[in-house]
Design a protein around this ligand. Structure first.
Ligand code: FRU
Length: 559
């Protein structure tokens, strides 16, 4: 395998050593304590994914300094996760552990494998061990990832934060992980950005570059006893954040109250913030980023309401070739997507800093695949661009996809704009120009990672297959003006919801397709940016053959 494009973090490579733990103190059926004498940087915790979560409270002198949920190994170790034990600045830690599984199925706690397998070490190896790990898409070095959060651009660097579980590859312990890039393709893992506190786990949110005060301000949902909005300030370009002492800054009686996206609105010379509240979006404004005035709600009687509205975004975009500009509101919804589960819908209209007015009544999707969710854009992107990233998965099976060391990737970066078709305005999605830099020499075989360009002369079928009979079939229908991708004959035993055929409208004739292939994804775009489709695929053996009908010309760029 070629060198990975993302940089793996190999932590503190000093002398590595392993030291046995003392025996645990077993207290009753489900409660145990484990003393840890800190000798090394990390305590490596053994995880068994099919087990229930245990809750670990890390105590120093009787005070809780950290708490997290982790599927501690009972009789098999799937992988290890590192707990930084040096950061507490003491030699003596006490782990107070509550197990939630049923002892009839697990056996006695004293026999659990985790006691034997907890180790101390100065290193944690994040070298890739997974065949489905993407090569040029962003992934976490280890652990679970969902939504992209707090994306901003400053001084030549793109910052990407993300919903992250540092203690396992299933959703839990929401923390903001952090990666940076200069070209949106090569990502470098950075230290953890924002960690859970007594207000709750750190759910999705955004960052703004506050030029006037030379700072970056993060807004996120604290998900504890209730969902409330909090903020944190960074004076070092997003490296470290200090939580605001006046948190929470927005509260509500609504249960689903989350995912704040703030932005500077030049039209009104004020800040705006949009928030997902049940099945509506609430809009606020502010002069100082701390005090927010509620302005209006949007959503009733518009778009799809078959699930909870999440992860909003709101921006002014140019309408191609017209000199006009319009506003677009992004609304991620789960479930309720066109092919089941999660998807990104959008609304086009007008916004005066207080109220968003939608100009259409139909439901519109930004991407017609099944693995495109939580889409939001970078704050302060260069050249006035609106660059979006999506989480490349679907809540229907995200926790079950066949990876262990890490779980989930982000889509390739896409630039958003608007285009007109038959008197209506739609969202245009184009692979960001940075993707062109990956093109080198052309090849003549179907690569495991690369871009295919297909010049279309009418209806065309494109099939990827391997020697095991697994295949993905794509079809452009020039009569119906649709493009489809069928992965129902690809590996899917991990979830009944995975096999599917996704279909997109093409808004007129398509002349050229751009297809990006990585180890576990296919992203297809109309080269003119009027159709996007993102789907995961897990070929047991790489797809090695490509069949194309109707004499369509294929140009292959292996990456
Ligand atoms: C969307 C979402 C958000 C929430 C986050 C929690 O995928 O459900 O609404 O903030 O994930 O991880």
């Amino acid at each position: 395998m070629k060198k990975m494009f993302w940089t793996l973090m190999v932590m503190l490579l000093t002398v590595s050593s392993v030291s046995a733990q003392q025996k645990p103190l077993v207290l009753g059926k489900s409660h145990a304590m484990q003393r840890v004498e800190v000798k090394n940087h990390y305590l490596l915790l053994p995880v068994q994914e099919r087990e229930d979560n245990a809750n670990i409270r890390v105590l120093v002198g009787g005070q809780q300094v950290q708490s997290m949920n982790i599927r501690l190994a009972v009789d098999k170790v799937d992988y290890y996760v590192p707990l930084d034990i040096q950061r507490f600045g003491t030699k003596d830690l006490l782990l107070d552990i509550m197990f939630y599984g049923d002892r009839r199925f697990t056996g006695a706690m004293k026999d659990f494998l985790c006691w034997q397998e907890m180790k101390q070490s100065n290193t944690f190896d994040t070298t890739n061990r997974e065949k489905f790990r993407p090569q040029y898409h962003h992934t976490p070095a280890y652990g679970w990832m969902n939504d992209p959060n707090g994306m901003f651009y400053k001084d030549g660097v793109y910052h990407l934060f993300y919903q992250w579980n540092p203690y396992g590859s299933m959703w839990e312990n929401m923390t903001w992980g952090h990666s940076t890039s200069r070209d949106l393709i090569h990502w470098e893992t950075q230290p953890t950005a924002i960690e859970p506190d007594a207000l709750g786990d750190i759910f999705s949110g955004s960052c703004v570059v506050d030029q006037k005060n030379n700072q970056v301000v993060a807004f996120y949902t604290s998900a504890g006893r209730s969902q409330v909005q909090s903020m944190a300030v960074s004076k070092d370009n997003g490296k470290t954040f200090e939580k605001y002492a006046g948190n929470p800054i927005l509260v509500s009686k609504e249960e689903d109250f989350r995912d704040p996206k703030a932005f500077w609105n030049a039209d009104i010379q004020r800040w705006n913030l949009i928030l997902a509240v049940g099945q509506e979006m609430h809009i606020y404004s502010s002069d100082n980023l701390k005090d927010w005035t509620y302005e209006s709600a949007f959503g009733k009687e518009y778009g799809c309401h078959d699930g909870v509205w999440e992860c909003p975004d709101l921006m002014k975009l140019p309408v191609r070739g017209t000199g006009k500009q319009k506003w677009m509101l992004i609304c991620n919804i789960n479930p309720g997507g066109p092919f089941g589960g999660s998807a990104t819908q959008y609304f086009i209209g007008d916004f005066d800093g207080k109220k968003f007015v939608c100009e259409h009544t139909d439901t519109r999707w930004m991407d017609y695949g099944k693995d495109h969710y939580a889409t939001v854009t970078f704050d302060n992107a260069p050249e006035g661009r609106h660059i979006a990233l999506a989480w490349m998965s679907n809540w229907q099976y995200a926790n079950q996809v066949p990876t262990k060391q890490f779980r989930s990737a982000n889509s390739i970066p896409r630039d958003l704009d608007l285009f007109e078709y038959n008197g209506q305005t739609y969202c245009g999605v184009t692979p960001s120009k940075e993707m062109l830099a990956l093109r080198g020499k052309t090849g003549n075989k179907l690569p495991q990672t690369g871009e295919l360009i297909i010049d279309l002369k009418g209806s065309t079928e494109i099939t990827f297959s391997n020697s095991l009979g697994e295949q993905v079939v794509m079809e452009y229908d020039a009569v119906k003006n649709t493009f489809s991708m069928d992965r129902s004959r690809s590996y899917a035993s991990f979830s009944e919801a995975f096999p599917c055929k996704t279909v997109a409208p093409t808004y007129g004739a398509m002349k050229q397709l751009r297809i990006f292939i990585d180890h576990s994804s296919i992203e297809a775009f109309d080269a003119e940016g009027r159709m996007a489709m993102t789907n995961l695929v897990f070929p047991t053996e790489p797809y090695s053959q490509i069949k194309v009908t109707n004499n369509a010309k294929v140009t292959i760029y292996p990456f």
